[in-house]
Design a protein around this ligand. Sequence first.
Ligand code: FES
Ligand code: FES
Length: 872
Amino acid sequence: MIIEFVLNGTTRQVEVRPDEWFVETLRERCGITSLKDGCSPQGQCGCCVVLVDGVPKTTCAMRTRVAEGKRIDTIEGLPPAERKQITDSFTAVAGLQCGFCIPGLVLRAKAITDRNAAPTRADIARALDVHLCRCTGYVKIVDAIELLAAAKRGEPVPAVCTDGRVGRPLARIGAAQSVLGERPFIDDLAVPGMLHGALTLSPHPRARVLRISTARARALPGVTAVATASDVPGQRWYGLLHDDWPGFVAVGEEVRCVGDVLAAVAAVDRYTAREAAKLVEVTYEVLPPVLDPQQALAADAPRVNPHHENLLGHTVLRRGDVEAALATSPHVVSGTWTTQRIEHLFLEPESALAEPLPDGSLRLRSQGQGIFDDRRQVARFLGVGEERIFVELVPNGGAFGGKEDMSVQAQTALLAHLTGSPVKLTLSREESIRIHPKRHPLTMDYVVGCDAEGRLTAVKARMIGDSGAYASVGAKVLERAAGHACGPYRVPNVDVESRAVYTNNPPCGAMRGFGANQVHFAMEGCLDLLARKAGLDRWEIRWRNALSVGDTFATGQVLEESVGIRKTLEAIKPHYDAALRGGRAVGIACGIKNSGIGNGVEEWGKARLVVEPNGTVSLYNGYTEMGQGLLTVLVQFAVESTGLPASTFVPKVNSTFDLQCGQTTGSRGTLLSGRAVLAAGAKLKADLEAGHSLAALAGRVYAGDTCIRDTTALGAPVERIKTHTTFGYATQLVVLDAAGRVDRVVAAHDAGRVVNPALCSGQIQGAVHMGLGYALTEELRCDNGMPTTFKLKELGVLRARDMPVVEVILVEEPEPEGPMGAKGIGEIGLVPTAAAVASALEAFDGVRRTTLPMKDSPAARAMSVGFPLTAK
Ligand code: FES
Ligand code: FES
């Protein structure tokens, strides 16, 4: 059918399918890519908002035929002066991170400020109800909209910071393009002759595949290729630590979870590809799944994965004599704490674009957290040398650990290989949730003792985590949980064991916090219980036990430098005292999180500065930009080390140079790439100081390679235990209002050295948002291995109106091994949050909660999202 509407002032007639969603029409047929597709056809994230007759509307839940005769305005059509006002407002206050949600929010901001010249923060937050942002916690987005309103009233907007020195709030690299939706994500890209891919997934968590028939799919007009396991020319199984994850499940094998791939289709457009994927016929012998980790450890349990026994990982930490210490401790508390499975819900679903090149090699555009790992795994999958694949990062729309494992890279590359054409494959929201690994649900049994003065004597902990169908990095998550089991406290006797277990549930792996969040919920709960028994204030018991230089961390590492926990406690104290004096229900919790993987892993930072003929300097590094601001802080290190202005540097992440560093994980990007950039920059500076102009240095490549290789594996028989290079520290305060709603969070964090205060506080605000959802409303429930919902609202991610005031206090305890004293803060922002909420709730109603999410609480009931209490 032909639909006519006025798009940005021009009448358009477009031929569409009768059932077509308007987001598809605008993006695929009209080439309007400022709007993004985060959840179609749910209409629950706001990324696809446009103005329909001047009113903001989600286009993914609107049939195109409804647009007949309407006036449609997108960011592309806004007048230049208004576009500048908008970009200045968002950029000046760092009101964006990954940027995927921002174009939709921009049009909402326009509508809010057109309607109301002076909206309050509450007005703005309420108007953002349709919108989700997984990165920012909305704080700086509301700041930006306030600023936009002020600008429209003719008030001056603070200047965008262009000073790139360390410590300055340099504007995010490419911020204006991201705000306007001009910075392409992979799904925004199109190349000539491009086909579209789609996947056929298993509906069963465990079943034997008896037959796969692709005939009906191949017969659909527009289909170019249908691939199955038999088409894989190389090694079909991949994985970050174990090759236990098949790119396709073959006939005769078992499917192990509902994210398993049976077939991949390439077709002329996405709609045809997805229709064809549904036509792939698979015959299964359905088998009883293993859904509980305890059940999976039983002697007669079926083996979930043929490459490993069901016990994926077992970590043991023992120091001192725990039983004797507990027997003689005046105060002992114990309990079982449980946490839930969490979906990352990065707003950009997984996508890859593979393009055969004339010389027979392949260009792979990936949004993964480690593009060199992607290249390695794809090369083996295709049975070609790594040098045959040029891999390139397209900075992604959020990841939070969920884009470490392969998702669609291998299948997309295979389709391109089979068809000889470029292929783009983008997952739907449901497919995304089914495929990528989650945050582990953990069950933790704790016994903790202290002396009469509240000084900790012993921690005994046993924990088990459901790692789902594939190894991913699940064993490491449980290893890190064990290592952080005592929190940021001095504990002389330690007895901790953790187990990661395969089941037929969705896989679990890396997610911001990497096991530390779960154990802090338990350990900080024990601190509160001990404080009550010992008659101590909750701040005071933490102060008495907080780690100092010379103290021993749970892993046996004696801390030598940069132990910032006491500074964060001191920073929180006046706020804590004032809230108590005000008669408020207050919660407090501390946190510690490794920066760098450590545990005996050799870790590299690699950078190259290439002086280009046009007077710019390309800044290559081996880690991923995923909204956290890595590329911006690396430019700041380049500015510091060379003395050149920030505008000189153009960050790039691809395989032009061999900068294999592994995954962007463990809060290590700033730590390692920062060191590498400083090293490369010093060489460039030496040439500049020797009298060479930048123009004269065109073509020169300055290398910075740095390696940390002195950490020790857990339990290694070494004289000097150093499980981690360094740690971030935090203390957070949660204050409830008279109704028990979270009113205010104060987050004091030690960043070593604050490279960019605007980006740093933004990271922490966003993490607190994630931590509050973790505490109160977020959960990915599964029934028979299948998530019970794919609806964003039901996953419980907080909306803007749910957010309290978040105050960030940055303290600095410089790390000698970090670049100019810096260490990572990407994860620690939510490590203590759930525990601080539990502490506040107990102060409010006297109930100690030990299960997440705490949705039986007044704080959770006040939220606008989440499962009703009665839902399964
Ligand atoms: S993509 Fe339309 S609301 Fe999410
Ligand atoms: S900036 Fe909002 S989702 Fe990333």
